[in-house]
Design a protein around this ligand. Structure first.
Ligand code: SAH
Ligand code: SF4
Length: 386
């Protein structure tokens, strides 16, 4: 598809963290309290100080201590001497003809990740990354062809939400009437990486995002997608409380072993047991089963009937994702007829079975395509320079 692309390279320089100063972004309230005390804040005042700083940073989007006007000048100086407020830097932004925005984001160490904003009529979803690369090697996923470089810090995870709000100009203006419409109304942890292999940072970041006196996104507006890291599934409910999506993708262990190799460690039966035990499941809080439609690999009617059997007893919906191709991918997208036939069987068995419309395909921002375009550009730049 050759859709028009607007690409605007942001050149606004952002300060790099200065030597030795801790970044307050990404800290939980408890961590921030300890950091403020260590920097000389009297213990008795610490809780109030956290509340003040928190509101500036996460409610108003202020990242300059000098603008925190309800703090005494001396205290602002103390903060500036000990701390920074840093979010990752947007290197480029691409806007798809369907309005999807893909940010290429640079994090410490010169690594790059991608964050995608998907506007819809009733919501705006931000798809955020949790790792640079991935340790898992799902055969249909482009991120899976890249080795894990490192886990993102909590600051880098929260920072993706903050930089999107910066770009969308979504921080409230003091004095303006309260605006209840949200541009970033939902978050999906469906970008690069396996969030449950970076559990603590993902949890801390989501605590910051959910905090009522800041960004204040409710736990039901956050969906974490896992390839099936069974050992961390119960903790996800207990410690984060968000909704869960599972990259299911196959109905037999034989095929799932090929597509989602973590299945060799935790097979379909083990995964389903863990999902059945996910606390708080109900019809309003269903598990999303993601199912990528790969032509003649996992998309037969028999697969659909088997899937229905497997789901029995689990409040579930099935998100069918037409395969998004990437250069060198070993699969083809299922035909529309096969996808619809599959969806009908699931639907008639009583489960919602929406077919996910690929978004931002013209800018390679669709599921599983992240990083492709960047790598491609880099490779062609290398070739041109060779
Ligand atoms: N690592 C996590 C979250 C990131 S992937 C996980 O695997 O769940 C987000 C979703 O996109 C997953 O369901 C993943 O299986 C799917 N996906 C990956 N590559 C894809 C591709 N090329 N086409 C369509 N969906 C893909
Ligand atoms: Fe990693 Fe998810 Fe891609 Fe699998 S689908 S390689 S777990 S990012």
């Amino acid at each position: 598809m050759t859709a028009p692309i607007t690409q605007d390279v942001l050149t606004i320089p952002r300060k790099l963290p200065e030597g030795g100063k801790a970044n307050l972004v990404g800290m939980t309230r408890d961590q921030m309290r300890a950091a403020l005390i260590a920097a000389g804040t009297p213990e008795k005042q610490a809780k109030m100080r956290v509340g003040q700083v928190w509101q500036w940073v996460y409610h108003w989007g202020v990242r300059d201590f000098d603008r925190m006007s309800n703090l005494a000048k001396d205290y602002r100086t103390l903060l500036a001497e000990n701390f920074v407020l840093e979010v990752p830097e947007i290197v480029t932004k691409q806007v798809s003809e369907d309005g999807t925005r893909k940010y290429l984001v640079r994090i410490a160490g010169g690594h790059e990740i991608e964050t995608v904003y998907i506007p819809e009529t009733d919501r705006g979803t931000l798809c955020i990354s949790s790792q640079v690369g991935c340790t898992l090697t799902c055969s249909f996923c482009h991120t899976g062809t890249q080795k894990l470089v490192r886990n993102l810090t909590a600051a880098e995870i929260v920072g993706q939400v903050m930089l999107a709000r910066d770009d969308l100009d979504e921080w409230p203006t003091p004095g303006a009437p309260k605006d209840e419409t949200r541009l970033v109304s939902n978050i999906v942890l469906m970008g690069m990486g396996e969030p449950l292999y970076n559990f603590d940072n993902v949890r801390d970041a989501m605590k910051v995002v959910m905090d009522n006196e800041g960004i204040a996104l409710g736990r039901r507006r956050i969906t974490l997608s896992t390839s099936g890291v069974v050992s961390e599934i119960a903790r996800t409910a207990q410690e984060i409380g968000c909704l869960l999506a599972v990259s299911f993708h196959a109905t037999t262990d034989e095929v799932r072993d090929q597509l989602v190799p973590i299945n060799k460690k935790w097979n379909i039966a083990t995964l389903l047991d863990a999902l059945r035990d996910y606390p708080g499941l109900s019809n309003s809080e269903r598990i999303t089963f993601e199912y990528v439609m790969l032509d003649h690999v996992n998309d037969s009617k028999e697969d659909a009937y088997r899937l229905v059997e497997l789901l029995r007893g689990i409040p579930a919906k099935v998100n069918l994702i037409p395969f998004n191709e990437w250069p060198g991918a070993p699969y083809k997208r299922s035909s529309g007829n096969r996808i619809h036939a599959f969806a009908d069987i699931i639907y008639h068995a009583g489960y919602a079975s929406p077919i996910r419309t690929p978004r931002g395909e013209d800018i390679m921002a669709a599921c599983g395509q992240l990083k492709s375009a960047t790598e491609k550009q880099r490779k062609s730049a290398q070739k041109a320079g060779a």
